[in-house]
Write a protein that binds this ligand. Structure first.
Ligand code: NOJ
Length: 556
């Protein structure tokens, strides 16, 4: 097993420049602002930043509608600022991942403008066209309720074009070799500017073959071109050996494996949407068995592969993989009002208001850090920011970062902002902000930094083998990790009641547990079992065996 797979022992932080920090006072966040806050991120302990799209864009889908892949939207600064930022990040040992949004472009992209103007233009075939909308509508919109259908008529072209997402995001035709060449050029461009890899947006759709005649004839299911993923991976690795692909693919467990390939020809990392949904199920119901089953069902990665785990992100919390009954329980707990829901399958809220109770928020984050993969944080969740349900769709969770109890939350000096700051209620910037939490030793922010440090010290979680240990409680998830002969165990109680557990580790040194969060050790009883009590929503992290410093002290 290779030890230097950096993506297996990193903590990723996702932010959107637009709402992170505005330095020039125009109401939109920028690279200059991010550079001023780089030490905040450094001291939080994260070591990879995933930047949401920042390229020139009409910005109708939060930047996921790009009109020029080789630049920086002037609202955020210049390419020069990007390179300055990269330098600061690397000085602090922080790696940078970019979103690679190549399933579609903006309809304002020059390629689409050329494509629609003239059927004989080489760009025409860069998109997916049909003279008549296909007879069967196998292709569902990704945003039901907000977008009807996936084909729109373009007057200029006199034909229908395919868009998996919004109508202003025409899908690129990745069957066309010129499109593939261009995508390589885009990757190569940013790799040359030192990024460490990409979060590949909407990957299953990028790999879908959308050959026009098949679509128009409504034949069968679209083929998924995994060979194209291999091609991307080859190119990436050829250009930069330690760069990675982190795929966004919310697919069922039986569909996952081909995305990972054999470890050297697919994704390095993939978001585990399936476990995410069952984690929320466990938080909603207190039952851990379905979460255990989800973890086991996704135990499919080759040894170089890694899961990326998250709690919330910039989209809705999708519950699409749960059964209807399971979905209802999560909706009832975390999205009881219709306005909290989106697309009939998700919840458009931030973590803190959903969970409410500080103990539960800690439980959720401790669990995230303990899941056998790489944790990904969403900006603002480290201070427990809330959502603004007056904003449409997913915008609710994309409000400006709350830096201080100052006008505009310290995010900007402008009167009008790209999106309003949260001004009222318990999650307003007056109550929830970085400046006041920094000063408070008991704040969520300081707790989070301590947990990130703990996670960074326990790299057996990301690198090692793991198994579920019988805890005797239906509400407690016990995980044991092994890495190079050393063991670590974590316990998480999803119940609002304290729980007693009996743990029999059956591994070398397993009769002693050293608690990493509060001082104390546990010794197994005569039958080799540890009897432990977890508080309501409690969590514990234990190193297994007598710690080296104690052995050394005894020897001295
Ligand atoms: C997935 C992104 O997470 C989402 O925000 C975006 O709308 C779609 N892909 C389309 O790019």
């Amino acid at each position: 097993m290779i030890h230097d797979l950096w993506y297996k022992h990193t903590v990723i932080y996702n932010l959107d420049l637009e709402t992170f920090m505005d330095a020039n006072g125009d109401g939109v966040g920028d690279f200059e602002g991010l550079m001023r806050r780089i030490d905040y991120l450094y001291s939080l302990g994260i070591d990879t930043i995933w930047l949401s799209p920042f390229q020139p864009s009409p910005n109708r889908d939060n930047g996921y509608d790009i009109k020029d892949y080789y630049g920086v939207d002037p609202r955020h600064g210049s390419l020069g600022d990007f390179v300055e930022f990269m330098n600061l990040a690397h000085n602090r040992g922080i790696k940078v991942l970019l979103d690679l949004v190549v399933n579609h472009t903006s309809d304002q992209h020059r390629w689409f403008q050329e494509a629609r103007k003239d059927k004989s233009s080489p760009y025409h075939d860069w998109y997916v066209w049909a003279d008549e909308p296909p007879p069967d509508l196998r292709f569902e919109s990704v945003f039901p309720g907000a977008v009807d259908g996936t084909w729109s008529y373009d007057e200029k072209a006199g034909a229908y074009y395919f868009h998996r997402f919004y109508p202003f995001q025409p899908d690129l035709n990745t069957d066309n070799p010129d499109v593939r060449t261009e995508i390589r050029r885009i990757m190569g461009f940013w790799l040359q500017l030192d990024v460490q890899g990409f979060r590949v947006d909407a990957l299953p759709f990028v790999l879908e073959s959308l050959a026009q005649h098949e679509l128009a004839e409504g034949k069968g299911k679209p083929a998924v071109h995994f060979e194209y993923l291999r091609e991307m991976r080859d190119f990436l690795q050829w250009r930069r050996g330690d760069a990675i692909l982190l795929g966004e693919a919310n697919v069922a467990p039986d569909q996952m494996r081909p995305y990972a390939g054999n470890g050297s020809d697919g994704l390095h990392m993939m978001f585990n949407f399936y476990v995410n949904q069952y984690l929320f199920y466990a938080l909603a119901t207190g039952e851990v068995q379905p979460l255990i089953e989800a973890l086991e069902a996704t135990r499919i990665l080759p040894s170089c592969g890694q899961w990326a785990y998250f709690l919330r992100n910039h989209d809705e919390l999708s519950l699409d993989k749960l059964t209807q009954q399971e979905q209802e329980k999560v909706f009832a707990a975390f999205g009881p009002e219709a306005e909290m829901r989106a697309y009939g399958r998700g919840i458009r809220r931030r973590l803190a208001p959903m969970l409410g109770d500080r103990r539960r928020i800690e439980l959720a984050y401790s669990m995230l850090f303990a899941l056998p993969g790489t944790p990904v944080l969403y900006y603002g969740d480290e201070i427990g920011m809330g959502e603004d349900l007056r904003l449409p769709e997913r915008m609710a969770v994309r409000t400006p970062m709350q830096w201080a109890d100052e006008p505009q939350a310290g995010f900007s000096t402008a009167k009008k902002l790209v999106r309003p700051v949260i001004k009222t209620g318990p999650y307003s910037y007056r109550q929830v902000n970085v400046a006041s939490q920094r000063r408070d030793p008991n704040s969520l922010l300081n707790w989070m930094a301590a947990m990130i440090r703990l996670r960074q010290e326990c790299s057996e979680i990301g690198l090692g083998a793991w198994r579920v240990v019988e805890s005797g409680s239906p509400c407690v998830l016990a995980l044991l990790y092994e890495w190079q002969g050393a063991y670590l165990m974590t316990l998480h109680n999803f119940s609002p009641q304290p729980q007693q557990v009996e743990i029999d580790l059956e591994v070398e040194g397993g009769d002693t547990l050293d608690n990493l969060l509060v001082s104390g050790q546990s010794q197994a009883d005569d039958s080799g079992k540890h009897c432990l009590t977890l508080d309501a929503y409690g969590y514990q992290w234990h190193r297994v065996g007598t710690p080296r410093y104690i052995l050394e002290r005894e020897r001295a």
